[in-house]
Design a protein around this ligand. Structure first.
Ligand code: FES
Length: 230
């Protein structure tokens, strides 16, 4: 069940067999299912698995995971064969099939992040005792390597719980982990001077438009090539 042995599996079974939504999550689950037409409630499988994982997380003070009895509960909620739900849960890395720690550090190792230094990011994790596929003994960090998380323009990046941390170096990654271990919440997003995925240091073209609705049209055709772009 947890994949660790029969005793652990029985403990997991005993702990989660009676899983049911909290009152608030019961309302949320009903609202999620109601988004879909009658007879199409299977479409709610992803948000319901996410909701269940978050509830397990809240109950265990971790990022949550999906014990088999919890997945069976979700399958019953939407009248879906358990094996079909399991196919979904095992396809997406966002669903944890074993327990994770308070901070789930997911390092992107796909090509753009790899070329921009994801190995250095991983090294910063290793130096602090994190190991791929494992949770630290204090239960604080779980380290995973994942495929592209869709923030390639700001590579290399990691996702920690619900936040992305981008434009990382070994130093900035180390500082983020140290801050989390020290009970602080580091600033999410780019770790260099840029807004989202805009150029570092501010706009590099159409700069007058960055502050006001500047009308460039009078310069088009009259100014030498390139001058109207300042
Ligand atoms: S390759 Fe890392 S976010 Fe896309």
């Amino acid at each position: 069940m947890g994949g660790q042995g029969p005793i652990e599996d029985l403990e997991v079974l005993a702990r989660w067999l009676g899983f049911a939504w909290t009152a608030e999550n019961s309302r949320q689950a009903a609202a999620i299912i109601a988004r879909y037409p009658q007879g199409r409630q299977h479409s709610a499988v992803l948000p319901l698995l996410d909701l269940a994982q978050r509830q397990v997380g809240a109950e265990t003070k971790t990022q949550g995971w999906l014990p088999i009895p919890v997945m069976e509960f979700v399958a019953r909620e939407i009248d879906m064969p358990y094996i079909r739900l399991l196919e979904v849960a095992t396809f997406y890395t966002m669903f944890n099939l074993v327990p994770v720690g308070c901070f789930h550090v997911q390092v992107c190792g796909t090509t753009p992040c790899m070329l921009k230094g994801s190995d250095a990011v991983l090294d910063a994790c290793y130096q602090r005792g994190l190991k791929k596929g494992h949770t630290t003994t204090d239960g604080l960090f779980t380290l995973s390597e994942v495929e592209c998380l869709g923030a390639c323009a700001n590579a290399p990046m990691v996702q920690i719980n619900d936040d992305n941390f981008e434009d990382l170096t070994a130093d900035s990654m180390g500082a983020i982990l140290d801050a989390l271990a020290g009970g602080q919440m580091p600033k999410a997003g780019p770790q260099v001077d840029r807004q989202t995925s805009a150029p570092e240091g501010g706009p590099t073209s159409l700069r007058k438009m960055a502050e006001r609705n500047y009308d460039y049209r009078s310069q088009w055709g009259a100014a030498p090539a390139g001058e109207g772009q300042a």
